[in-house]
Design a protein around this ligand. Sequence first.
Ligand code: SAM
Length: 393
Amino acid sequence: MPADCISNMFCYDKGVLRELEQVYGGHGLRKFLEAIARPPTRYYIRVNVLRAEPLQLLDDMREKGLEVYSDEFLEEALWLPVRGPNNVRDTGCYVVVDKRAAESVMMGAHVYAPGVVRVDECAKPGAEVTVVSENGVLVANGVVEEGFSTALRVKRGLVVRNVRPLYSVPSLRDTEWSTRGLIYEQSISSMLVARVLDPEPGSIIVDMCAAPGGKTSHVYELVRGRARIIAIDHSASKTRRLRENLERLGHRGVEIIRMDARYADLELGKGVADYVVLDPPCTSLGVVPKIYDSKSLRDVRVSARYQRQFLRAAYGLLRSGGVLVYSTCTVTLSENEKNIRYAVEKLGFRVLEPPSTTRRFAKGIGFCSDCSIRVHPHVHGATGYFVAKLVKP
Ligand code: SAM
């Protein structure tokens, strides 16, 4: 195990641990590290309120046998309890999968060819196998599919059907609710962003890092499609997914632009936007569940510097009086409160208080405690998140 690894799961160097300790202290840090290895306690979906009424959908899901509840604060949010950990049997016959696959297989996804790292000789069609991550976590029991060797050769298709994941929550992906665009699977933490933005119909809204579209589509629903929404992402494949998601939800008229959003104000013009959503790439330390992770202080610094470039462009894009919501799914001060301090002291933003409905979560730390919300995995049982609201004077 490399020197910086604190277990076989987390390799964070001293600088990252110091960043985490500044937020949680020593005791909290242990709790935080335990919590990010587990899934959230509730699996959230957002109801597309332009196509379905949340309480009717809740009844429909219950009639079909699902255990599902309404969120206490956001009427568009429903959740299903996540059960587990279940006892995954060590069959002695293994299919090893990469980090990304392991993190979804442990939640019930089947094993597809692109995520497979190694298949034991004993894994023949119909055999019961144990799916295991590269760091040795048993994530599911499954049955090898008939066409698995072809799937592996062409690197596409089903390899193992998951029969007993470490954690269980009913899969909604291929249900009619999903294919008909009635729901979008999204964490409650991520849903806070559009709610904090609280956009007005008739406005111009730019989502600078939009793919796969969770926040863009939520914003669209809040203004009931009555706004000019510009959704930017620099990745071709992710922009395609963004388009597919918006089509599935029936959200027409969103302008999708593939570009480097760090220069969006130069491309789209200064002062054009009433609202900006900025959800830039980050070190993702708050994402749950994690099968393993490795980060250095350098990653945090590079990420924080990159995020400041977007903040500068966001300032340029907004008109005077325009509102920015900045969010990350990470927990370091450098990528969150310190970036907000930079936005205020160096760029000229002013802070705003988020709506009271979002106050069931924690306040930000120190600077900007009143302008930001934090979701803590070990306290709130959800993805670690930071959301701040700013205005351009
Ligand atoms: N807001 C999205 C949602 O809720 O579904 C998630 C956004 S994800 C945290 C960050 C996104 O930023 C990725 O899709 C990535 O492709 C995009 N990105 C990274 N660098 C970028 C850049 N320079 N310009 C535009 N998009 C970028």
